[in-house]
Design a protein around this ligand. Structure first.
Ligand SMILES: Cc1ncc(COP(=O)(O)O)c(C=O)c1O
Length: 220
């Protein structure tokens, strides 16, 4: 099985059509299954579009898509999502699923069903988060942090190599303790904990919080 995730947490990068075609070519005539984590499918910026595995004929025959209502309807923590796959894969999936998740609680199913009635809830999502990304990035443009704007998700990676040589885990702890601003060091996701001197910040916050965070970051 190959597991992919686009839009990607933590880097905020997205796969292009060329990337997807490459994956399709690599897996063609093999028995490799693809698990495509597409929970941020509706949060893609700068007029790009999400490239789901189900848009590629050969790829979709071998792929599971996992999706989360939590990301689409701003209710992380409800832990309700869905899985799509061709029938022959879904038959296998259901054998496990019925024992893993007997049912999802009823009030939250009704809540999700109501959200789904209004397509604006997810169609307005990219602009909603792009405004927050742009606000945050504009406010820190004069800071010593360097960045490539996030292309999707609600995460922004910032490069702090101009500020300190500190290991990213140590610097993240330092920012939390001394400056009261929390981030995630990317080395914890990397093979051999490779440290590229970058931290992940979440911009799914109120504008006031983003403004306060940017003021802090500009002083560092
Ligand atoms: C890439 C990715 N996949 C899956 C999940 C899980 O989503 P949920 O908790 O909404 O089911 C997350 C949550 O942060 C995520 O970032």
């Amino acid at each position: 099985m190959i597991v992919i995730n686009s839009p990607h947490n933590p880097s905020g990068t997205v796969w292009s059509t060329a990337d997807m075609i490459q994956l399709q070519n690599i897996t063609k005539n093999t028995d490799i299954i693809v698990l495509s984590d597409e929970v941020y499918e509706h949060i893609v910026f700068d007029d790009e579009t999400h490239k789901s595995v189900c848009l590629f004929n050969d790829l979709k025959q071998r792929s599971f898509i996992t999706a989360s209502f939590g990301k689409t309807f701003h209710n992380t923590g409800w832990k309700i999502g869905y899985c799509c796959a061709p029938k022959y894969l879904m038959e296998e999936f259901r054998k496990v699923h019925q024992f893993n998740v007997f049912s999802v609680n009823h009030p939250m199913q009704i809540g999700i069903a109501q959200f789904m009635q209004d397509e604006n809830t997810y169609l307005e999502l990219p602009q909603f988060f792009q405004n927050k990304r742009d606000l945050f990035l504009n406010l820190i443009s004069e800071s010593r942090f360097k960045f490539t704007p996030s292309k999707g998700t609600y995460f922004q990676v910032l490069d702090y190599s101009a500020i300190t040589e500190k290991h990213d885990v140590d610097f993240a702890k330092h920012l939390t303790k001394v400056f009261k601003i929390a981030s995630i060091p990317l080395s914890v996701f990397n093979e051999n904990n490779k440290d590229d001197k970058v931290l992940r910040f979440c911009f799914a916050k109120t504008d006031d919080t983003l403004i306060k965070a940017a003021e802090i970051l500009c002083k560092i």
